[in-house]
Design a protein around this ligand. Structure first.
Ligand code: SF4
Length: 305
């Protein structure tokens, strides 16, 4: 059995020999960061990888993230350490379902959260992230907007833009909806001085209890820059692990140990090693979906925030 130190050395050797770059999403097991070139949210990671001259991208994340990396780096080989790591929310809508949703609401622009498959993105008018969703919806200058697949992020956007009717598809992140208002209230009672930082994939009732609502990156930035010392973190536990590691002089309280994304936790260092060694689990995107998805992402990046 390899120790972590041995594995890390072997992975780094392979990475160098094969000219690979390793991306780690913030919800991954924190040990993955030991070999990662970049750690962050999914779009940031894919854009960073596209700017390298690597031949191989290993994406420690879920399937749609590896697809996004492939869309932005069509000439690189993109590998997913565990091919069964799908996003439970992204899998709540497929090509037929997005087409039916559009047919039920004709003539309304469709905004697609990046947490979606390439085939679903290809049916939409523009992408968004949890960081820019409000700006993207506003940029469409439309009285009505369809929002897929996350009903909670869509509802949050609607609450920020009362003049726009945001019609949401009934998808959701099972990890974030497992966090209940009672969980937040309990932690607030135990830590009354703590700031509550919350991801907008949570339910409206949970979001309403937060001091700050933002993307993973926004939560981490706020925690880094704030003069406050105590924070209740209302998102996936991987964010808490990284905040505790990076800011040991601050106190990060995880809102609930139910908030674990099982598909994000499948990857361990052994999986990174195996996929780099064998170059299996390659992720590809059909050209027709890749072309349209790229346009959706580029349209999003052109929106002024
Ligand atoms: S936390 Fe939710 S949105 Fe993120 S990968 Fe897991 S299921 Fe998908």
């Amino acid at each position: 059995m390899n120790t972590n130190a041995e594995l890390i050395k072997q992975i780094n050797d392979l990475k160098q020999r094969k000219n690979a770059v390793i991306l780690a999403h913030c919800y991954q097991n924190v040990e993955i960061d030991e070999v990662a070139d970049f750690v962050g949210d999914s779009l940031y990671l894919s854009r960073q990888a596209a700017n390298t001259n690597a031949d191989i991208i290993v994406f420690a994340g879920v399937y749609f993230m590896a697809e996004t990396a492939k869309i932005l780096s069509p000439d690189k080989k993109v590998l997913l350490p565990r091919k069964e790591s799908g996003c439970l929310m992204a899998n709540m809508i497929n090509l037929q379902q997005i087409r039916e949703f559009k047919a039920q609401n004709p003539g309304i622009p469709v905004v697609c959260y990046v947490n979606s498959t390439a085939e679903v993105k290809s049916e939409c008018d523009i992408c968004c992230t949890s960081a820019n969703a409000v700006d993207v919806v506003r940029s469409l200058n439309s009285k009505k907007v369809l929002f897929v697949p996350d009903t909670h992020l869509g509802e949050y956007v609607g609450s920020k833009l009362p003049d726009i009717e945001v019609i949401t598809y009934p998808g959701y992140c099972p990890t974030h909806v497992r966090i209940l208002p009672e969980d937040v209230l309990e932690q607030k009672k135990l830590h009354p001085e703590a700031k509550v930082l919350c991801h907008p994939e949570c339910s409206k009732e949970v979001v309403e209890l937060a001091d700050v609502v933002g993307s993973t990156t926004a939560i981490m930035k706020y925690a880094r820059e704030s003069r406050d010392k105590d924070f209740i973190i209302v998102t996936e536990i991987g964010v808490v692990d990284r905040l505790k590691r990076d800011f040991p002089d601050k106190n990060f309280i995880h809102v609930s140990f139910k908030a674990v994304c099982p598909n994000m936790k499948w990857n361990h260092l052994e999986d990174i090693y195996n996929v780099l060694l064998n170059e299996n689990n390659e992720v590809d995107v059909k050209p027709e979906y890749a072309k349209k998805s790229l346009e959706m992402i580029e349209r999003m990046l052109a929106v002024k925030v």
